[in-house]
Design a protein around this ligand. Structure first.
Ligand code: C2E
Ligand code: MG
Ligand code: MG
Length: 602
């Protein structure tokens, strides 16, 4: 506010009237002054009120980051008294990590007075210890009297920050276990490898897959499955240090990044700890559940130097741990890599094998042990691999199952087997039955039964000419209701059902009650030792007795010697299949075999 200027004429010589005029003028000016002061007070009050209710705040910090002024709004937002803020250390009000931002702003503002310096987001403490986020600008005003320092003008962006955090969490964390997800895992792995390379340290990568999780999900429901995953996530967290990263990639797959280790030993210790912790009983409601984990381990930079290869290696090693019987860990080895590459090649070649007509089929005779008469044959698929030559189904069936290719291959086998039955019928051997192996995956396919019926119809073969061979794994993998129903339908139409490889799986005869079959095949592992091992003989005897009680015929597989055949006959086993009678034969060889067979094993 400027001083009161005297009118020019008042500077002239004094007389009485001029004094009177002067006095009244002074009174007028005093009135004006009072009015101005009142207006200023009002304005100040309004500014105060506005500031108090504003979301923005103004404060002044001196060179030593001490508050010299705080706007009322800061008290409102933080619930601190102005005096408390003014008396506090800057570290008591600002987040210590953000202090450099404030210091830099002060420095910059002092360097160029009058110019606003932008301040990125920084945190100010609320009385209840939460953090509020602000951003704004700072300006130094050395010419304005009373402003002792740098003026900060900031607005509250806490809500926006929280929204950003929520979006970030949703994008980077698994909502169920709250662990980092695949995206965050990839990010952390990249960081870990960069740091490992810089500091010349190793990085361990563990891939963990739970064993038996599907069973919990299927039997106790998804709610229980989710609970279990949460418990496992917690247990995994208990096994690692703070700067290790555990992620859930999806389903029951977890990973652990050990960012700073000296070698494989440290990864092994963590893997052991995890296996132990995960195997402890888990209580889900009223159920006590036991599961375990299979872990694949790979080490940077020994096994690979890039993320993608490391991930692949850890995955390969994890599968290796699964095949080694689960509940164990395996380090990646270059040999595994060769096997994995070979598997991948085989998988690619298998995809085109049908089109290229590379499959072939062999028929192995089955005879009646009492009479020696041929009762039929088993169709056994072969792959005429362009490089490997005639390849055994043991090499490619499980791969075909994994890839779902078994459905197409299986259908090709059914056709080829039926074509052979057609030839038998023409040659007057219409009474023989053809046993065809069927994978669980194949009969789980919708309308498997209709498909079989169509093929039989198309090839004009009676349903009674074929036996479908299934394995116990169909039940172990959680009997697929539709698959069981489809197989029953086939049986109702006259085809037989046979339970293959009996004795190798869980071998529960209770399956026979739930799932009526016509034939049971004792696995060759038992037949092999039937002469020398009293236990195996007793086992076969038990199987035969019980099967007969269910009206089920028994075939001994892998009959290689006269002695095998003799013992099986003694145990009242009905039929035999094996090298003693014949190896799997081509169609022509089988025709020749049929005409030469005189009922006596050669
Ligand atoms: P499997 O169904 O138990 O077939 C019997 C296997 O034992 C055949 O092996 C046969 O060659 C072999 N074998 C027969 N007699 C003897 C013997 O006296 N001694 C010995 N050591 N072995 C004997 P192969 O042909 O290699 O087939 C292996 C398995 O592959 C089969 O076991 C079956 O589970 C599967 N498989 C074969 N063909 C098919 C198919 O078309 N579809 C499906 N899903 N699986 C098939
Ligand atoms: Mg079989
Ligand atoms: Mg078998």
């Amino acid at each position: 506010m400027g001083g009161i200027g005297l009118p020019r004429r008042m500077t002239g010589r004094d007389d009485g009237s001029e004094i009177v005029n002067l006095e009244s003028r002074i009174a007028e000016l005093e009135d004006e002054l009072r009015e101005t002061q009142a207006r200023l007070r009002d304005r100040e009050g309004m500014l105060h009120a506005l500031s108090e209710h504003a979301n923005d705040l103004t404060y002044i910090l001196d060179r030593d980051t001490r508050f010299t002024y705080v706007s009322p709004s800061i008290c409102n937002l933080t619930e601190y008294e102005a005096e408390e803020i003014m008396a506090a250390d800057p570290g008591g009000i600002f987040h210590v990590d953000d202090l450099p931002i404030i210091l830099t702003a002060i420095e910059e503002a002092l360097k160029s007075p009058g110019e606003a310096v932008a301040i990125p987001d920084h945190r100010i403490r609320h009385r209840d210890l939460r953090w509020l986020y602000f951003e704004g600008s700072a300006v130094s005003m050395p010419d304005v009297p009373g402003v002792n320092g740098v003026v900060f003008n900031c607005h509250n962006i806490t809500e926006r920050k929280h929204q950003e955090e929520t979006i970030y969490r949703q994008a980077n964390y698994d909502p169920l276990t709250k662990l980092p997800n695949r995206l965050m895992f990839a990010d952390r792995l990249t960081t870990a490898l960069m740091r490992g390379a810089r500091e010349k340290n190793c990085v361990g990568l563990l891939f963990i897959d739970l064993d038996g999780f599907k069973k919990v999900n299927d039997t106790l429901g998804h709610g229980a499955g989710d609970e279990l995953l949460k418990v496992v996530a917690q247990r995994l967290s208990d096994c690692v240090r703070q700067d290790d990263t555990i992620s859930r990639l999806g389903g029951d797959e977890f990973t652990v990044i050990l960012p700073n280790i000296h070698g494989p030993g440290a990864a092994e210790i963590v893997a052991k700890k995890i296996l132990e912790r995960v195997s402890e009983v888990i209580t889900l409601g009223e159920n006590e559940v036991y599961i375990s984990g299979s872990i694949g381990i790979t080490i940077f930079p020994d096994d690979a130097e890039d993320e993608e290869t490391l991930i692949q290696h850890a995955d390969t090693a994890m599968y290796e741990a699964k095949s080694a019987g689960r509940r164990t860990y395996k380090f990646f080895t270059s040999q595994m890599n060769r096997a994995a590459i070979e598997k991948l090649e085989l998988e690619t070649e298998l995809r085109t094998a049908i089109e290229r007509e590379e499959f072939d089929i062999r028929f192995q005779p089955i005879i009646d042990l009492a009479s020696g008469a041929i009762t039929g044959a088993e169709a056994l698929v072969r792959w005429n691999h362009p490089k490997r030559g005639l390849t055994s189904p043991d090499v490619f069936i499980s791969l075909a199952e994994e890839q779902g290719l078994i459905v197409a291959i299986g259908e090709w086998v059914i056709r080829a087997a039926c074509a052979e039955v057609g030839r038998w019928r023409e040659a007057g051997f219409g009474q023989l039955r053809m046993a065809i192996n069927v994978s669980p995956r194949q009969c789980q396919e919708p309308s498997f039964d209709t498909r079989v019926a169509e093929i039989l119809d198309e090839m004009d073969i009676p349903a009674g000419s074929i036996t479908l061979e299934i394995t116990e794994s169909l039940f172990i993998e959680g009997a697929h209701e539709d698959a069981v129903a489809a197989l029953h339908n086939c049986r109702n139409k006259g085809s037989h059902l046979s339970l293959d490889d009996f004795g190798t799986g869980y071998s529960s005869l209770s399956y026979l009650k739930r799932f009526p079959v016509d034939v049971l095949k004792i696995d060759r592992a038992f037949v092999n030792d039937i002469v020398t091992s009293a236990e195996d003989r007793a086992l076969c005897q038990g199987i035969v007795a019980m099967a007969h009680a269910f009206n089920v015929k028994v075939v001994g597989e892998g009959v290689e010697t006269e002695d095998h055949a003799a013992v099986l006959r003694e145990l009242a086993c009905d039929r035999a299949q094996g090298y003693l009678i014949a190896k799997p034969l081509s169609s022509d060889e089988f025709s020749a075999f049929l005409s030469s067979w005189d009922g006596v094993p050669a």
